[in-house]
Ligand binder design. Structure first.
Ligand code: PLP
Length: 412
């Protein structure tokens, strides 16, 4: 349906939706909420209606919308220098890399922009490492990935996706990947060969529905990698930076990866900032001219990233995520049997399977939106909650009350 847009009249939500329908590629199916302002955990639509944001830009808004320290750092940097390209040095770059390495307990940093770019970069680094250090014959390196993973949308990344929608009609695909069921250590062990360069995993699978692997799985993956001289790459683009409590979700299992991909919250919800961080002897395989990006590590990104790292260095957000997360999961567990079939997750991150007889995830999210809550479905009857870590307990409780009431009203 196309709304008639009258010149001089303020645009309504329907006008904005019809503009998007008419002029943008239809690669998303957003809820019909048109946001014009946001602060903290709340957003406001063009009609002035407020919503509590329980998605937080898929964790890109861990610190909420427009955190004053992050906006302040961005504005300061806007007044100095925003872009130099990597053809020259600038005075935010080295500091950002050092601070990110220190916070993550790693040695070296490769800054990029989007999450998918960080994953692509990690794949390239792992392959190069396999040829130059491990001695894998040219073009024979393999990377093991997990079923139902989500690592981004590039041609190479969708080559190992098991989601048919993400792959259909985008071939031919990039070879060199073996995909095994997530959480199945024997399946993983069975495909490791002398040609295996790396295992690439999300410590908790976000897009798949916030799937937590069986206890001990991640440390067994680490042991297998050590035994066979294989790199472990942890994609912490969504799970990292305090979403699950600790800085890195792998920290919960006391497991270290050789490379981590980070993104989303690293840009403070202001601009895309991603990075591969990890061992110097692995990242060290890259030499000038072999990999890069015009915008990767730009001054504005580094200044905002540094402000993000200062927030994380206080420990406050890790604490909030752990404590409020425990509260969130206690309350969600109480809904099992009352319209909820299963709840998974850790920290302020939850995948909720609702009874498919009651509604699809999409229908539930539409109903929650009418009650002033923004959440996102994943597949079928699963919704996920990832509130900004700045959310107050009263707001969180209010949202959970609304969820409980909505589910109750859906009961036959
Ligand atoms: C685990 C993981 N990796 C990679 C990506 C891709 O990030 P981007 O959308 O910034 O390319 C995502 C995005 O949801 C993600 O959750």
């Amino acid at each position: 349906m196309t709304a008639t847009i009258l010149p001089g009249e303020p645009l309504t939500a329907a006008d904005h939706v019809s503009l998007a329908e008419r002029y943008s590629a239809h690669n998303y199916h957003p809820l019909p909420v048109v946001i014009s302002h946001a602060e903290g955990a709340w957003v406001t639509d063009v009609a002035g209606r407020r919503y509590l944001d329980l998605l937080a830009g898929y964790s890109a808004l861990n610190f909420g919308h427009r955190h004053p320290a992050l906006v302040g750092a961005a504005i300061d940097q806007l007044h100095r220098v925003t872009l130099t390209s990597r053809a020259f040095h600038h005075n935010q770059f080295g500091l950002f890399c050092r601070e990110l390495a220190q916070l993550t307990g790693t040695e070296m940093v490769l800054p990029m922009n989007s999450g998918a770019e960080a994953v692509e970069s990690a794949i390239k680094i792992a392959r190069k490492w396999a040829y130059q250090v491990k001695g894998v014959p040219p073009d024979r390196a393999e990377i093991i990935t997990a079923g139902a993973s989500f690592h981004g949308r590039t041609t190479t990344i969708v080559s190992f996706s098991t989601d048919s929608e993400a792959r259909a009609d985008f071939g031919p695909f990039t070879p060199g990947f073996r995909t095994v069921p997530y959480g199945d250590i024997d399946a993983l062990a069975s495909v490791i060969t002398e040609r295996t360069a790396a295992v690439l995993l999300e410590p908790i699978q976000g897009e798949a529905g916030v799937i937590v692997p069986p206890p001990g799985y991640l440390s067994r993956v680490r042991q297998l990698c050590d035994r066979h001289g294989v790199l472990l790459i942890a994609d912490e683009i969504q799970s990292g930076l305090a979403r699950t409590g600790p800085v890195l979700a792998l920290d919960y299992d006391h497991v270290r990866a050789d490379l981590y991909t980070l993104g989303k919250a690293l840009g403070g919800g202001i601009l895309p900032v991603s990075a591969v961080v990890g061992r110097a002897d692995v990242l060290g395989v890259l030499h000038p001219g072999e990999h890069g990006s015009t915008f990767g590590g730009n001054p504005l990104a580094c200044a905002v990233g540094r402000a993000v790292l200062r927030l994380l260095a206080t420990g406050e957000y890790q604490k909030r995520s752990t404590e409020l997360g425990a509260h969130l999961h206690r309350r969600l567990d109480g809904l099992v049997g009352h319209g909820v079939v299963e709840v998974r997750g850790r920290g302020l991150w939850a995948g909720i399977d609702i009874d498919p007889e009651l509604a699809t995830g999409r229908q539930l999210c539409e109903q929650l939106a009418t009650r002033g809550i923004l959440a996102k479905d994943t597949h079928g009857s699963t919704i996920r909650l990832a509130p900004p870590l700045v959310i107050g307990v009263t707001d969180l409780d209010w949202a959970l009350d609304q969820l409980a009431t909505t589910l109750e009203k859906l009961q036959p």
